[in-house]
Design a binder for this molecule. Structure first.
Ligand SMILES: Cc1cc2nc3c(=O)[nH]c(=O)nc-3n(C[C@H](O)[C@H](O)[C@H](O)COP(=O)(O)OP(=O)(O)OC[C@H]3O[C@@H](n4cnc5c(N)ncnc54)[C@H](O)[C@@H]3O)c2cc1C
Length: 405
């Protein structure tokens, strides 16, 4: 089999790229190793910039018909007091909120939209294990069952554990992520407003994502510390959680064994070169993001848009695109650098000191200033909600194709 474009990985980057290239008439196959989009947890955030992109596609309202909560401001509780740090209500877009939508609903939506384009195909339950090459150029992918699929271009969107970036020999610069995360769920009473917030107590940081009738909790700890925490026992773990968030203490029986607590290893890295002839890496495969700020999905989607803006038209005409791959990296490297630098600053300046603290802490000056001067809350809102160097849809829509109703 030969396709004009093969995309490895059906996460936010791969599915969005699949939609846009197929919309431009590029025969596209997305290959996803899981059988569905249901796995937890990869972030529930659909950023205002992403909603705006769907508005540009004429699909913003259809996206927002899917079940979601709307988050207008972001708070952190430090030393027992809530501080408001971001206010999205002034963003210069039509939808001034973060849609909290379980990622499987979002990816289902992108698949449904993309499937309306005849050039789009998706193969689930299929794992890409390597590349095929001729004379130093990538010519396609190899699957776990040995099948080879040829492509004019391969996009590696297979996430932070990307096998394709390794197979392509693309060199990675590790920026160091000093944290790992335990994920678990705790029952919750439904509230009128989404109550997602960060909780900071001496020695403990927990991000609590409001999913209606349960909290998805991210317990942050120093990298490599999982075994030590497990060795201290589940009761000690529950006590640490209850100390930081006393109001969920009664619900912690829901964490009945370590099987209910999933370890997620956090990475922060980026490739020196995102491409080689025949292959381009985007999203976490090109630059693995920390969960800090909840912005990795936005970057992944914006990468996909930039790639389609630069490559979809020539690919649809069957023209060679190797010479254009560097332009995608050039366009996207700046926002990635800026956001990763901010994530490193938060790792070092906020998470590190909090995890190391033994006594009650005061909120950092920046947090107190944000809370005190609401105008300032527009700055983090812009960075989280829209990102840096925001992309717009410039890739073409093939005439005669079938748009979604
Ligand atoms: C603990 C944690 C929490 C986070 N929370 C948030 C958040 O709230 N908001 C936010 O914006 N960002 C968050 N992030 C970052 C975010 O998850 C990533 O930046 C984003 O998902 C990257 O999208 P992607 O499409 O590049 O990769 P991924 O989302 O990782 O998708 C890659 C896809 O490729 C598939 N795949 C992998 N290998 C293969 C293969 N060999 N063959 C076929 N398919 C393959 C995977 O199954 C997956 O579907 C979080 C990250 C972590 C670690």
């Amino acid at each position: 089999m030969h396709k004009r474009l093969v995309i490895a990985g059906g996460g936010p980057a791969g599915m969005m790229a699949g939609l846009l290239f197929a919309r431009a008439g590029v025969e596209t196959l997305v290959i996803e190793k899981h059988g569905d989009f249901l796995r937890d947890f990869r972030g529930d955030t659909v950023h205002p910039s992403t909603i705006e992109l769907f508005d540009e596609l004429g699909l913003g309202d259809a996206l927002l018909e899917r079940e979601h909560d709307e988050v207008i401001d972001i708070s952190a509780r430090i030393g027992g007091r809530y501080y408001r740090v971001a206010d999205l209500s002034h963003l210069p877009v039509r939808h001034r909120f973060m849609a909290m939508m379980p990622q499987w609903h979002f990816l289902d939506f992108v698949r449904d939209v993309a499937s309306a384009w005849p050039a789009f195909s998706l193969r689930m339950d299929a794992e890409v294990t390597g590349l095929t090459e001729r004379a130093g150029r990538v010519t396609g992918v190899r699957l776990a069952d040995g099948e080879e699929i040829g492509a004019d271009l391969v996009i590696a969107a297979d996430g932070r554990g990307s096998v394709l970036r390794d197979a392509a020999g693309l060199e990675k610069q590790d920026l160091g992520a000093p944290i790992d995360v335990f994920w678990f769920r705790v029952p919750k009473r439904r509230t009128a407003h989404n109550e997602t917030a960060g909780q900071f107590a001496p020695g403990t940081v927990i991000a609590m994502i409001d999913r209606g009738d349960y909290w998805q909790c991210a317990f942050v700890f120093a990298k490599g510390g999982a075994e030590k925490i497990r060795a201290e026992g589940l009761e000690a773990f529950r006590r640490r959680v209850a100390f930081a968030v006393p109001e969920i203490a009664d619900q912690l029986d829901a964490v009945a064994s370590w099987d209910d607590v999933k370890l997620l290893s956090v990475s922060l890295d980026r490739l020196r070169r995102w491409h080689r002839p025949g292959l381009l890496a985007i999203g976490d495969a090109a630059h693995a993001m920390s969960p800090v700020g909840g912005v990795g999905i936005n970057l992944a989607i914006q990468d996909a848009v930039a790639a389609a803006n630069i490559l979809a038209l020539p690919l649809s005409r069957g023209e060679p695109v190797d010479a254009l791959l560097g332009a995608v990296q050039k366009r996207r490297l700046f926002p990635v650098r800026v956001i990763q630098a901010m994530q490193r600053a938060v790792h070092a300046g906020v998470l590190g000191p909090t995890l190391g603290a033994t006594a009650q802490m005061e909120a950092p000056l920046a947090v107190r200033m944000l809370d005190r001067f609401p105008m300032l809350q527009r700055i983090p809102a812009r960075i989280v909600g829209l990102g840096v160097r925001r992309e717009h849809i410039r890739s073409p829509m093939k005439k005669g194709a079938i748009p979604m109703e």
